[in-house]
Design a protein around this ligand. Structure first.
Ligand SMILES: Nc1ncnc2c1ncn2[C@@H]1O[C@H](COP(=O)(O)OP(=O)(O)O)[C@@H](O)[C@H]1O
Ligand SMILES: [Mg+2]
Length: 330
């Protein structure tokens, strides 16, 4: 049995928002439950505005859940502050889509990486200088002597993503959350950065969460994929099954519209305003009800719970639940 590293139960995140004079509350993470096994790569996939980044930020403790619980290695980390939070950050790190803005433009790579390495160094580790060289080599940032003296603007987008990875790794985390790490990169650079994530899992035993709106890249590197829509998990399954055995109407649409090429490429992301209204606290029922070809009366009233449809495969859909019940009645 794989060891559970993270367990999220019924997580709810609420934000206040005001559109003009109208104030409302949205729930970009709504009753979300899942586990992350140690050493796995879990994908969080969904279109823009579905709550992926907010869920990632909740896992690192940058956003606090209004309800539900979050456990890391069996310890409650739902509402951390102060020292507890900085301890959490040594175990869980996040790299962001917009790396350029998260690196300091004034300092050289060496200047911005040595400090976190020094701070998190274990007693038996190499000295910080050697440790930096080791991490730069591991992430393909060579020749290390040259890279150390560069400033962020002198590096390519792919190299900057690697620097962000080194900075996250400096804290020696167990869980690394990568939020759209390749979305802003040229297609030609994407595969390289994805390969790097695979290598980090292999060599460091890292557990990874890969957040993306791009299903093909997720299928490419993930073990399991969690599909989000309107702040809820609609389906969770093994990565291949999201394409081959999708049961939720939304996942089916996502899988059908994705272009799977030999090299991972971009795919359509729908986004749009309908997502905002689905996130409103006043919204009842299934988040996909307005788009769904199978929608029934109950879908407007009650959010579906998970139906277990196969190994590692759960679907939150009333139509799927009904179909299963009928099958079992036969
Ligand atoms: N700090 C915040 N305050 C208010 N609303 C927010 C905040 N962060 C995100 N949102 C809203 O939450 C929704 C989900 O956003 P996000 O988690 O970034 O989705 P995704 O990463 O899937 O695109 C969006 O409607 C966004 O505008
Ligand atoms: Mg996002």
């Amino acid at each position: 049995m794989p060891e559970v590293l993270v367990e999220a139960r019924d997580l709810v995140v609420r934000f206040r928002q005001s559109a003009g004079l109208k104030k409302s509350i949205i729930r970009p993470v709504n009753a979300v439950s899942f586990t992350i096994d140690r050493g796995e790569i879990l994908g969080i996939v969904g279109e823009s505005g579905s709550g992926k980044t907010t869920l990632g930020r909740t896992l690192v403790g940058m956003v606090q859940a209004a309800r539900g619980s979050l456990q890391l290695e069996g310890r409650d980390v739902t509402r951390l502050r102060g020292k507890g939070l900085s301890q959490h950050w040594s175990q869980v790190q996040m790299i962001f889509q917009d790396v350029y803005n998260s690196l300091n433009p004034v300092y050289t790579i060496e200047q911005q990486l040595l400090f976190p390495i020094q701070r998190h160094r274990s007693p038996e580790a190499l000295d910080a200088d050697q440790e930096l060289d080791r991490l730069l080599r591991m992430t393909g940032l060579t020749p290390v002597g040259t890279v150390r003296q560069k400033r962020p603007h002198e590096l390519s987008g792919g190299q900057r993503q690697r620097v962000a990875a080194v900075r996250a790794l400096a804290c020696r985390p167990e869980l690394l959350i990568a939020d759209e790490p390749v979305s802003m990169l040229d297609v030609s650079l994407r595969a390289e950065v994805l390969q790097l994530l695979l290598k980090l899992r292999e060599e460091l035993g890292l557990t990874l969460v890969y957040i993306t709106h791009d299903l093909p890249t997720a299928v490419y590197i993930c073990d399991r994929i969690l599909v989000m829509y309107g702040g809820r998990i609609v389906e969770i399954s093994g990565a291949r099954d999201v394409v081959n055995k999708a049961e939720h109407p939304y996942t089916q649409r996502l899988a059908a519209s994705a272009t799977f090429e030999s090299a991972p490429a971009a795919s359509a992301s729908y986004g749009g305003d309908h997502m905002k209204s689905v996130l409103l606290e006043s919204h009842r029922g299934c988040p996909y009800v307005l788009q769904c070809p199978l929608s029934m009366d109950i879908c407007r009233k009650e959010a579906p719970v998970f139906t277990h449809v196969g190994p590692n495969h759960d679907v939150a859909c009333h139509a799927v639940a009904n179909a299963r019940q009928e099958e079992q009645a036969l």
